[in-house]
Ligand binder design. Structure first.
Ligand code: NAP
Length: 399
C-alpha cells in the first residue's frame, strides 16, 4: 500500500537542488520535502530561509519526518546521519557511494535490525537503474560478468583529450567548473569513485561484499600526450573501466584504464555518460547507458527511490544469503600497455609474455601479458612518470 512520505533532506547542492526541482515539476511522487538541512550559514539560498535548518536533530528527531534523503558530500558525516535515521525507525535514500561501499555490511544489518529500508540507486552510475536491475531482473545466478564506464568525470576528461586533443590539466579544470569533477578530483581520476560503485554493484550482482581497499584500482591521472598519440595512431579511445566477473568460478574485480576500438559496445559513451554491459549465461550481453552525473540526472534516481519507498520497496539482498558465493581472485592474466621512464620502473614486474617493446629517448613502452596479482602493490602504480592501461577488450563486450 502506498504511504505519504514526509522527507527530511540533507544537502542542497548539485543533487539536492536537482531533486527539489524535480519535485516542483512532477506531482506523481507521493512525498513532500518538509525541511532541508545544510551546513554553510553564510551561503545564499534559492529558497526562503524557513525551508532550511543547520541542526541535523531538527530532521532526525522530528516525528513528522518518516524518510531521510541524504545527499551531502562527505562520507563520514553522511554515515552518522544515515545510521541515526535508521536507528530512529526512518527509511533512507542516499546517493553517497563512498559511504555505502565503506559501510555496506553494517548498513545491511541496520536495515534488518530496525525494519527500515535504505535505497541508493543514485550512488552507482547516477541515472542508470542498474541496482534495481541486478536485484529484480538478475535475482538468480545467471549473471556472469558486468563491466563498464562508471565515472562521468574521468570519462568527460578522456573524451575531451582523445576527441578534441585537449591537455589533461585544461580539461580537468573545465570539468571542475561545470561541476562534473570535485575540487579534489582524486576520487574521480584515481578510479576510487568507480571502485566504490563496483563494490556496491558486486554485492548486488554476485552476493559478495568486497572491501573497497581490496580492489585493484588504477586511474588516469598520469596519462600524457604519448599515451594519447599511441591511442590515436591505432584509432583507439581510452576509457576508465571497472570490471566484475566470474573467472574459473572465482570473482575478479578491478578498475583500470582500457584502450578500446570501435567494436567495443561502449565506444561511443562519451563525456559525463556512463555505460554498463551485463552478461548473463543465457541472455548474452546487455547494455545500459545514461548520464552518470549531473543535478537532474542524479536527482531523478533519488526521486525514483523515493517513489519506490512510498510502496515500501526494499532491497532483499537474496544473493548475499546464498551458501555458495564465489571466492575472490586476482590470479588471472590481463594484457597491458605500460609506459615507463626507466628500465628499473618495470624490473620487478613478472610478465607472462612481452609482445611489443618500443624505446626512444622520450617515449618507452611495452605491451605484454601479466597476472593482475603481479601488479598489486608494485611501486610503478604510484610512479607519476608511468601509465598503465589494458589493451585487450574482452570478447563479450565487443559488438
Ligand atoms: N553531483 C553528481 O553528479 C553526483 C552523482 C552521483 C552521486 N553523487 C553523490 O551525491 C552526494 C551529493 O553530491 P553533490 O554533488 O550534490 O554535492 P555538493 O554539490 O557539494 O553539495 C553538498 C551539500 O551538502 C551540504 N552538506 C555538507 N555537509 C553537510 C552536513 N554535515 N550537514 C548538512 N548538510 C551538509 C552542503 O551544504 P552547504 O550548501 O551549506 O554547503 C551542500 O548543500 C555525494 O555523495 C555525491 O557523491 C553526486
Amino acid at each position: 500500500m502506498e504511504r505519504k512520505l514526509k522527507i527530511g533532506l540533507f544537502g542542497f547542492g548539485c543533487v539536492g537542488q536537482g531533486l527539489h526541482d524535480i519535485f516542483t515539476k512532477t506531482d506523481s511522487i507521493n512525498a513532500e520535502i518538509v525541511k532541508i538541512c545544510v551546513k554553510d550559514k553564510a551561503k545564499k539560498r534559492s529558497l526562503p530561509m524557513d525551508y532550511f535548518t543547520f541542526e541535523k536533530e531538527d530532521l532526525l528527531n522530528d516525528p513528522e519526518v518518516n524518510t531521510i534523503v541524504e545527499v551531502i558530500d562527505t562520507a563520514d558525516e553522511a554515515f552518522e546521519i544515515v545510521k541515526t535515521a535508521m536507528e530512529g525507525g526512518k527509511s533512507v535514500v542516499t546517493a553517497n557511494k563512498k559511504m555505502v561501499a565503506e559501510n555496506f555490511k553494517e548498513l545491511v544489518d541496520l536495515q534488518l535490525k530496525h525494519n527500515v529500508s535504505l535505497l541508493y540507486e543514485a550512488s552507482s552510475c547516477a541515472s542508470i537503474p542498474v541496482i534495481r536491475n541486478l536485484e529484480e531482473y538478475y535475482d538468480n545466478d545467471m549473471l556472469t560478468a558486468f563491466e563498464g564506464i562508471f565515472n562521468g568525470s574521468s570519462n568527460y576528461i578522456l573524451s575531451k583529450m582523445v576527441n578534441e586533443g585537449k591537455g589533461y590539466d585544461e580539461v580537468l579544470k573545465q570539468a571542475q567548473e561545470i561541476g562534473y569533477a570535485e575540487s579534489d578530483p582524486t576520487l574521480d581520476v584515481g578510479g576510487h569513485d568507480a571502485k566504490y560503485k563496483l563494490c556496491i554493484l558486486t554485492a548486488h550482482a554476485f552476493g559478495v561484499y568486497v572491501d573497497p581497499e581490496e580492489i585493484f584500482t588504477y586511474g588516469i591521472q598520469t596519462i600524457n600526450d604519448h599515451d594519447l598519440k599511441f591511442a590515436m595512431e591505432k584509432r583507439l579511445k581510452i576509457k576508465l573501466f571497472a570490471s566484475s566477473q566470474i573467472i574459473n568460478g572465482k570473482l575478479a574485480t578491478w578498475v583500470m584504464p582500457q584502450f578500446c576500438d570501435d567494436r567495443f559496445k561502449l565506444y561511443n559513451v562519451e563525456n559525463e555518460y556512463n555505460g554498463v554491459v551485463l552478461e548473463g549465461a543465457f541472455s548474452d550481453a546487455q547494455q545500459l547507458i545514461g548520464k552518470g552525473a549531473g543535478s537532474h540526472a542524479t536527482g531523478s534516481a533519488v526521486a525514483s527511490d523515493i517513489s519506490a519507498l512510498a510502496y515500501n520497496y526494499r532491497y532483499e539482498y537474496k544473493k548475499l544469503q546464498r551458501p555458495n558465493r564465489p571466492e575472490r581472485t586476482n590470479d588471472f592474466i590481463i594484457e597491458v600497455y605500460i609506459r615507463y621512464e626507466n628500465k628499473e620502473d618495470i624490473s620487478d614486474l613478472k610478465f607472462e609474455s612481452v609482445d611489443q617493446v618500443y624505446e626512444s629517448s622520450t617515449f618507452k613502452y611495452l605491451v605484454g601479458k601479466i597476472k593482475l596479482s603481479s601488479l598489486v602493490n608494485q611501486t610503478i602504480l604510484s610512479n607519476p612518470n608511468c601509465f598503465i592501461a589494458q589493451t585487450e577488450v574482452p570478447a563479450r563486450v565487443l559488438n
